[in-house]
Each structure stands twice: as structure tokens, then as C-alpha cells.
Design a binder for this molecule. Structure first.
Ligand code: HAM
Length: 425
């Protein structure tokens, strides 16, 4: 579980702002969900025989003896909320954001508390909406300057298609039983598709040679898959078919997809999702088709940090230096006046005293573009000194009114005093 430190948060804010903006442009509304849910919600939806439910959940009994779990993902809670609040009539497009918890072996790109932004669409069974959420992801990567992602695509077909495939797969894997590891032996009977998801390098050959689920698609899921591919082709969205992709959660059917990067080592999936038409009903709701995805923010931040220098929008524009006791008191008042007059101004005021020299050192260290200097002299003349810290310009002494205009022009871009000021964003 990681701390996200002040020099990293600008990436996070940029990422979250961009994603929120794109989701808004596609008409998605935010839903906020609790971090804790009843344990059985996750075992019933994600599946009893999955890594998440078998070994990765943070589960505890609360004071009533109810078994609760820190959410390992957002889809189950979103469905629970939809059922409980009667949201599942008509079409709904929602998104959520926040921490998820899985007790996995930590490594680069894999953490025990990590963050997702997820989207879920309810009430639309046609592949146009599968394409919509994929295109939305693609737009997010474009806006963030993240290139080189691969879209991997598969269809898990209908329940019947999966049952037929399962039989074929079990036959194939049983022939290779002596080469399977312990986990896979166990799953051969309970959840054989999970074996395709194994990360054990010794199983690579067996998995590569396994039959393809795409050969087992029934007519309806095949038409759905073709419909999706047609829209992706028409929108110039390239993809790679990966018939071994089964995803780590059991609720999927038909479309599944992952956006992957080869620049992140073993944990290269930055966004993943698919269709889960049966889940709402399975959890006690109506028969509502559903599709969604979630992106892993830590992994996207790692890619952003590679692609762009840290966004610096958190640096202050100005640092107010006050010399003398009178000035210190007036300084707070002046700072409030400036904040009223120029709402976009990021102004740090000196606190904790200090000589002029040490305050100027703090001003410099703060990253501010300029120091505003208020001493007894300035105070008696009703003026404010302005010293540029990163540009070679003579120090100015301006009336408070002129200083306010100067700062407004500096922060918002020149409007009236074009040649006197340059904007500092
Ligand atoms: P998931 O594949 O389990 O799907 O997770 C989605 C993404 O979360 C992954 O692709 C990855 O980027 C990130 N992620 C997962 N585990 C970790 C971890 N331990 N550390 C860092 N990042 C991680 C779901 O969670 C589904 N609920 C997605 C979905 C929504 N399907 C339909 N709707």
C-alpha cells in the first residue's frame, strides 16, 4: 500500500482530470460506492474459484459478526448499488473511481491498495456500446499522450458456448495432466478456463496449444463479436485477437478486452473489462445486460511519467515576504485581498517568521515565479515590491491596485498590459 507523495500527485490529478473530462464528454455520470461490502457479494460475482476470492481478499468479521471485505474491484458493488436503488430500468452509463484492495504479492505495477477508474453500462445488449467504451479508452490514452498500447480482444461466448468449450479444454488439459501444476490440477475440475490465465512459465506451451474458444462461439455471440470488430475497423481502432484471454473474474461472457503495454514489465495491463450480461440477475436483480472496464491508475501514471515531464501546475505563482511585525499582520490581510481579486492566483504567504534573507530563500525554494515584498517602507507608501525570481528583471514597486492588475495579467495572460507582463501559468 503506497503513499502518493506531493511530487507525484500532479500526475494523478492530470490523469483523473483527463479521464473525468472524457467520460463526461461521452455522457457518463459518476457513482460513489462504499469501500466495504459483504464478503458474499464478491464470492458470488467474481467467483469462488478465482485468485481474488481464494487468496486475495481483505476479509474480516465486523462487530456484529458479519463478514465484510474491502472491495477488490468495483463492478460487484456497482451492481449491488444498482439493484438496491432500483437503477436498472432503461439505460445507464456510470463511472466510479477509488482504491481497491487485493492481497497480492507486491511487485512493480502490482500493489495491495491500488486505484481504478471504472465505467459500467447497463441496459444495452448490442456491440455498439462495447465499441463505445473501447473508443472512450482510446481517447483517454490520446489525451494523456500515452502511445504504444495494444488492444487485445476475445469473446467468451454465451454460457452454452463456454460449456462446450470447457468440455473440450478439460479433454485437452487432461491429456497433459502430468505437466500441470498443483493449482491447475485443482482447477481442472472446478474452473478449467482459469488455467489459461496461469502465469506459470512452465504451462506456457500447454496453454499456447489449447483449443481456441473462438471456434466454439454460438451464432449470437459470433454475430455480437463480428459487430464489435466491424465498428472497431470502421473507427480505425486496431486490435489483436487473443483467444487465450479469459480474465481473472468469472462474471464475463461474450466480449472481453485488455489494453496492454510492453513497457511495464510483467504487469502490463493498464485497462481491462468486458461484457457481463448475467451478473445483475445472478445477484438478484432484473435481466439487465452490462458491459464495463476498469483502468489501473498506478500503471497509467507510470506510463505518463515516461511520456511527459511532471505537470507543474501545483507550484505557486507568488510568495509573499513580509518584513517587520506590522507588515506580517498586514500581509495576511493583503494576501486575502489579492486572493479575492485574482481567484486564479496561487499565492503562498510566509509563515513562521524569519529574516528577509531566509524568507527569500523559502520563496525561491517554493518554486514561485515571483516574490511579493511587504516591509514597513512599502507599508507606509501603500506599495508592494515585486521581485521576479526566475527572470532577470528589475524589481518593481507598485501600488496595491497596480500590483493586483500586474498579478492578474501574469496569471491569466496579458489583457491590458500586453508589453509589460508575460503570462506565467
Ligand atoms: P481487473 O482486470 O481485475 O478488472 O482490473 C482492472 C485493472 O486494474 C487491471 O488491468 C490493472 O490495470 C489494475 N489492477 C488490478 N489489480 C491491480 C494491482 N494489484 N495493482 C495495480 N493495479 C491493478 C476489474 O477489476 C473489473 N472490475 C473491470 C471491469 C469493470 N469489468 C467490467 N467492468
Amino acid at each position: 500500500m503506497n503513499d502518493i507523495l506531493p511530487d507525484e500527485t500532479p500526475y494523478w490529478q492530470r490523469l483523473e482530470d483527463s479521464v473525468r473530462n472524457v467520460l463526461g464528454r461521452y455522457g457518463y455520470a459518476e457513482i460513489r460506492l462504499p469501500l466495504l461490502e459483504k464478503t458474499e457479494l464478491f464470492s458470488r460475482s467474481i467467483g469462488e474459484v478465482t485468485d481474488i476470492v481464494e487468496k486475495e481478499m481483505y476479509t474480516f468479521a465486523d462487530r456484529n459478526g458479519d463478514s465484510l471485505t474491502l472491495r477488490p474491484e468495483g463492478t460487484a458493488g456497482c451492481v449491488r448499488a444498482g439493484i438496491q436503488n432500483g437503477l436498472f430500468r432503461g439505460q445507464h452509463r456510470v463511472w466510479y473511481q477509488g482504491p481497491m484492495f487485493r492481497h497480492e504479492r507486491p511487485q512493480k505495477g502490482r500493489y495491495r491498495q491500488f486505484h481504478q477508474i471504472g465505467v459500467e453500462v447497463y441496459g444495452i445488449e448490442t456491440p455498439d456500446v462495447d465499441a463505445e467504451i473501447i473508443l472512450m479508452g482510446k481517447r483517454v490514452w490520446q489525451e494523456l499522450g500515452i502511445s504504444g498500447l495494444t488492444l487485445e480482444l476475445n469473446s467468451l461466448g454465451s454460457g452454452n458456448a463456454r460449456a462446450a468449450y470447457r468440455e473440450e479444454l478439460v479433454g485437452y488439459l487432461s491429456q497433459n495432466a502430468e505437466r500441470l501444476d498443483e493449482d491447475s490440477h485443482r482447477r481442472l475440475a472446478s474452473n478449467p478456463l482459469r488455467i489459461l490465465d496461469s502465469k506459470n512459465p512452465e504451462l506456457e506451451d500447454i496453454i499456447a496449444g489449447a483449443p481456441s474458444i473462438l471456434d466454439f462461439l454460438d451464432e449470437e455471440s459470433s454475430a455480437h463479436f463480428e459487430g464489435l470488430k466491424t465498428i472497431l475497423d470502421a473507427t480505425g481502432t486496431s486490435y489483436v485477437l487473443n483467444p487465450r484471454m479469459v480474465r481473472g473474474l468469472d462474471y464475463y461472457g461474450k466480449t472481453v478486452f485488455e489494453w496492454t503495454s510492453n513497457r511495464l514489465g510483467a504487469q502490463g495491463t493498464v485497462c481491462a473489462g468486458g461484457r457481463y450480461d448475467g451478473l445483475v440477475q445472478q445477484l438478484g436483480g432484473r435481466n439487465v445486460p452490462a458491459v464495463g472496464f476498469a483502468m489501473g491508475l498506478e500503471r497509467l501514471v507510470a506510463l505518463m511519467a515516461e511520456a511527459i515531464a511532471s505537470p507543474r501546475h501545483h507550484l505557486p505563482h507568488a510568495y509573499l515576504v513580509t518584513v517587520g511585525e506590522r507588515a506580517a499582520t498586514h500581509g495576511q490581510r493583503l494576501a486575502e485581498t489579492l486572493r479575492d481579486a485574482v481567484p486564479t492566483l496561487r499565492l503562498l504567504t510566509n509563515a513562521g517568521g524569519g529574516s528577509f534573507k531566509s524568507q527569500m530563500r523559502r520563496a525561491d525554494k517554493s518554486g514561485a515565479q515571483l516574490a511579493l515584498i511587504l516591509g514597513d517602507d512599502e507599508l507606509s507608501r501603500q506599495e508592494l515590491g515585486i521581485k521576479y525570481l526566475r527572470r532577470d528583471r528589475p524589481q518593481l514597486a507598485l501600488s496595491v491596485q497596480n500590483a493586483t492588475e500586474h498579478l492578474a495579467a501574469l496569471v491569466n495572460g496579458p489583457t491590458t498590459n500586453k508589453e509589460r507582463t508575460g503570462s506565467v501559468q
